[in-house]
Design a protein around this ligand. Structure first.
Ligand code: GAL
Length: 642
């Protein structure tokens, strides 16, 4: 496994690596004359259009990536434009979090270090030097469309006079992706509470309504760790004043304290466009771009001064105990009214609008994480880009197709991104439960009820079903926490497509409706109104998570109201008694579920303070024979054979 850097021409000064945390892996620099073997045949040229790179790519390999793609999985044959966008309605590449990083099943991945809206053509056919010998004389209808022999990957980077390429090699897609994440600084480590259930309230709510709604969680015995407030908490939200609306929240410090007393963490919605009534507006003027959005300044977060001023506006909120933020609208839209700064905007750092657009969400998240200091968070952001793995911000969207949301989930894992198929309204109870089934097996179990006055499970009369699912999330928290630890230390995405681990199986290459949740579980959800589906399991022994039924690798037809989840044979899975919410000294009561022969199996549990960056981690390894620990976090009661 290696990381290579190849410099082509003269790169631009504003590129993702400039703002990324230091790589956790050594990088070997190579000139274009000494390319690593996986890039054999690469060409590049610079013209008035920018940089053009070509690479011969064997059609039998599969290509994945480009960040959060909601419309397609395997990218062979596609043209993708890496351009941030709030309403990615077609399969053009536009995305909340597009990333110029491509992963292949041929043992390598390619990252193009640019903040330009570059194009990737994933299967072009350059013209031959001479007429092919076997050119067909007669064209029938089948030849009229398609028929491209292909074989060339082409990347076009506008404006630039050069670019750095980074090539990651490894035996499996998972190796390649893990290297990319370590190069990005390693995956983020969320607080334990960040993996609990998260509910965002109706944006018209005032203080009492929020408290009432939060209290209902405890009455209904539905676990919940985080309450999110939507735009209505501010005096002015589009653009943002970052000041509490005193009509709705006459005493915000008390409201936050009350929520915290009941065991909720508090997350506030905002965006970066700074309204004239915001405290630091005047001081921010010299550190903002030359165009307003919604009458607000666009701070240039690449400048320390802008970050500092912005953080000062957030400080009173953090001092109150707010420990998370939803960083909305930083993606901009070309499809819904064009509410963003222009591509030719200029920012005081020297960046133009196009470059800043590609780096905006990332720099915003970085600013907010720094402002939070030693406090860990798992928050939200609507735009991310390259080298984002270390930022504890989960992506979301206003598109609401369940299928698209799941496509986002499998794709995000290829590019160091976290994504939540958040739950909002539903057609009926069945639809709601299907969506909850998916979200609890994602990086963030998020219900975004910003336009729903009631808990949706109360509205649809399915409290019991919802409770059971949210409790299941809590039972899997210790397992998921270990998966995040592996993301943090080894770069392994906690949620990922099956092709990451099983690229030698042909079936895995198009398997976009199932995913790995940690190393040991395969999740295969159903989408309302489906009642049945086919599930593909890789070769080997698998067990139904719920019933323990033993299954062989291959395709299985499943009919169920529940969510199909399978455990790899030989797994010792920690299953906790669900708690209502986390507290700093939560001690999980765990049963080890042994699926199949677990004589040699090891269950790994991570112990730390669960909430600060300065925490020291201790990795516990328990087995069926030796499971008693002195851990303050886990008490292992025993083993249950499945
Ligand atoms: C949208 C966002 C939604 C919600 C809404 C409130 O931009 O995607 O999740 O926060 O704003 O106005």
């Amino acid at each position: 496994m290696s990381v290579y850097k190849i410099r082509l021409g003269i790169p631009e000064p504003f590129v993702p690596t400039r703002f990324a945390p230091p790589s956790r892996l050594p990088v070997e620099e190579r000139g274009p004359e000494a390319l690593p073997s996986c890039l054999a045949g690469l060409t590049y040229s610079v013209s008035t259009r920018g940089v053009k790179i070509t690479l011969p790519v064997d059609n039998s390999i599969s290509l994945y990536g480009f960040g959060l793609q909601l419309k397609s999985f395997r990218q062979n044959g596609k043209k993708k434009t890496i351009r941030p966008n709030a309403d990615p309605k077609s399969d053009s590449g536009d995305s909340h979090a597009p990333v110029p990083f491509l992963v292949t099943t041929a043992g390598f991945g390619l990252f193009v270090d640019t903040a330009r809206y570059c194009d990737f053509y994933c299967n072009l056919s350059p013209k031959p030097a001479a007429k092919p010998q076997n050119a067909a004389e007669r064209m029938d209808m089948n030849d009229m469309i398609g028929g491209n022999a292909g074989g060339e990957l082409l990347v076009e980077i506008p404006v630039a006079r050069g670019v750095d390429l980074y090539c990651f090699t490894g035996d499996t897609v998972l190796d390649v992706v893990s290297q990319y994440n370590l190069f990005s600084g390693g995956g983020c480590m969320p607080p334990l509470w960040g993996l609990g259930n998260f509910y965002r309230c109706d944006m018209t709510f005032r203080d009492e309504q929020i408290l009432e709604l939060a209290k209902r969680f405890r009455e209904l015995d539905i676990p919940c760790d985080v309450i999110g407030l939507e735009p209505g908490w501010q005096t002015h939200a589009y653009s943002c004043s970052y000041r509490w609306d005193s009509q709705r929240f006459p005493n915000p410090a008390e409201t936050v304290a009350e929520l915290k007393k009941d065991g909720f963490h508090v997350n506030l919605w905002e965006h970066a466009f700074t309204h004239p009534t915001a405290e630091k507006y005047e001081e921010m003027l010299p550190y903002a771009g030359d165009y307003l959005v919604w009458n607000g300044l666009v701070p240039d977060f690449s400048l320390e001064e802008a970050g500092k001023l912005f953080a000062e506006m957030q400080k009173p909120l953090m001092d109150m105990g707010v420990d998370g933020f939803k960083l909305d609208e930083c993606d901009g839209s070309d499809f819904t009214g064009g509410w963003t700064f222009p591509n030719c905007a200029s920012f005081p750092s020297g960046m133009d609008g196009e470059q800043y657009h590609s780096l905006f969400g990332l720099l915003y998240a970085k600013t907010m994480e720094k402002a939070l200091g030693n406090t860990r968070t798992l928050s939200q952001v609507r735009n991310m880009g390259a080298l984002a793995a270390s930022y504890p911000f989960v992506l979301y969207s206003d598109l609401y197709g369940h299928r698209e949301f799941l496509t986002g989930l499998v794709n995000a894992g290829f590019a160091g991104l976290l994504w939540s198929p958040e739950v909002r309204h539903a057609e009926n109870a069945e639809d709601l439960l299907r969506r909850i089934q998916s979200v609890i097996f994602s990086p963030q179990s998020l219900v975004n009820a910003f336009y729903l006055p009631n808990h949706p499970w109360v509205q649809h009369d399915c409290v019991e079903g919802a409770r059971e699912l949210f409790r299941l999330r809590m039972s899997l928290l210790p397992y998921l926490y270990t998966a995040f630890y592996d993301y943090h230390t080894a770069g392994k995405p906690p949620v990922r497509a099956l092709v990451c681990d099983y690229q030698n199986e042909k079936e895995a290459h198009d398997c976009s409706t199932q995913w790995l949740f940690g190393d040991h579980l395969i999740v295969a959800p159903l989408i309302y109104p489906e009642k049945e589906r086919d599930v593909w399991l890789p070769p080997g022994e698998w067990y139904d998570f719920f019933t323990g039924e033993k299954l062989k690798g291959g395709t299985h037809h499943v009919v169920t109201d529940g969510i199909p989840v399978y455990v790899k044979g030989g797994t010792l899975l920690p299953f906790a008694q669900p708690v209502e919410h986390l507290v700093p000294d939560t001690r999980f009561d765990i049963t080890l579920r042994a699926y199949g022969d677990c004589k040699a199996a090891v269950c790994r549990l991570v112990e730390d303070d669960g909430e600060t960056h300065s925490a020291s981690y201790r990795l516990l390894e328990v087995t069926t024979e030796r499971y008693e620990t002195d851990s303050f976090r886990y008490r292992v009661a025993g083993v249950e054979q499945y």
